[in-house]
Design a protein around this ligand. Structure first.
Ligand code: SF4
Length: 239
């Protein structure tokens, strides 16, 4: 399927109507077929992403998986990439920031630039996450993400199929209506390996310098960029 800006809204509205109650596994199968060769799954190796990897691997769907190594990840994430590849016998393609671009912003603003202002934090996310994502999505028509409505105040309007204006792609969020409990039940039932930091108070795991543990009952995004207002806490990957 080739989508253009002119037809995208209409097509996406049709798909939303047809596929609104479809289970995540069926939506993934539909996406693999509909966007064959032009789709990829962006995994941040979080719990939701591990659920999607399990579904893709179990159904042997033709959906390549990639992740972004910002250079500031927790060591546990690298272990999980390796163990997930070994378990499912697949390759998770890793995209990295451009070294020249990264060296320039660090030279100009210091190694801990993200704590200095929201603008600098966003520049860091731009260089370390958004630009590698744009490279990963080049030539694609659609991408898959593990977004859920209840993950953050910024994500309440997430739909299972959306037109991603920023990237000019169809964006598919098969788990958008799942609650956190549904995710953990599925993980338990299918014996899925997850980042051990989830058991240490990290419901949402990003870069090590920008993520901290939360206490029971605290908002799950409280541990991300904790020095910023909740409604500004997105890295720009999901605009
Ligand atoms: S989360 Fe922090 S270290 Fe990671 S890319 Fe964004 S600002 Fe930079």
């Amino acid at each position: 399927v080739q989508t253009t800006t002119a037809t995208a809204d209409k097509l996406v509205a049709q798909w939303q109507q047809q596929l609104q109650d479809v289970h995540a596994t069926d939506l993934l199968a539909w996406a693999a077929e509909t966007f064959r060769g032009q789709i990829a799954f962006a995994s941040s190796m979080g719990a939701e992403d591990q659920v999607l990897t399990q579904m893709i691997a179990a159904a042997e769907l033709d959906i390549p998986i990639f992740t972004i190594d910002t250079g500031r990840l927790f060591p546990e994430v690298y272990d999980l990439i390796a163990s997930t590849e070994a378990k499912y016998g697949l390759r998770i393609e890793v995209f990295y920031p451009d070294s020249k671009e990264l060296e320039a912003i660090v030279r100009e603003n210091g190694i801990d630039l993200y704590y200095k202002s929201i603008a600098l934090r966003q520049s860091c996310c731009e260089v370390r996450k958004i630009h590698p994502l744009q490279r990963a999505l080049r030539g694609k028509t659609a991408w898959i993400c593990g977004l859920r409505k209840t993950q953050a105040v910024t994500r309440g309007a997430v739909r299972n199929i959306e037109w991603d204006k920023a990237n000019q792609l169809v964006k598919i969020n098969p788990l958008c209506d799942w609650a956190a409990e549904d995710i953990w039940q599925f993980i338990k039932a299918n014996n899925i390996a997850c980042n051990p930091l989830h058991d240490k108070g990290f419901p949402s795991i990003g870069c090590a310098c920008c993520t901290r543990a939360v206490t029971a009952g605290e908002d799950i995004r409280k541990g991300r960029w904790w020095w910023e207002e909740p409604n500004k806490k997105e890295c720009g990957l999901h605009r």
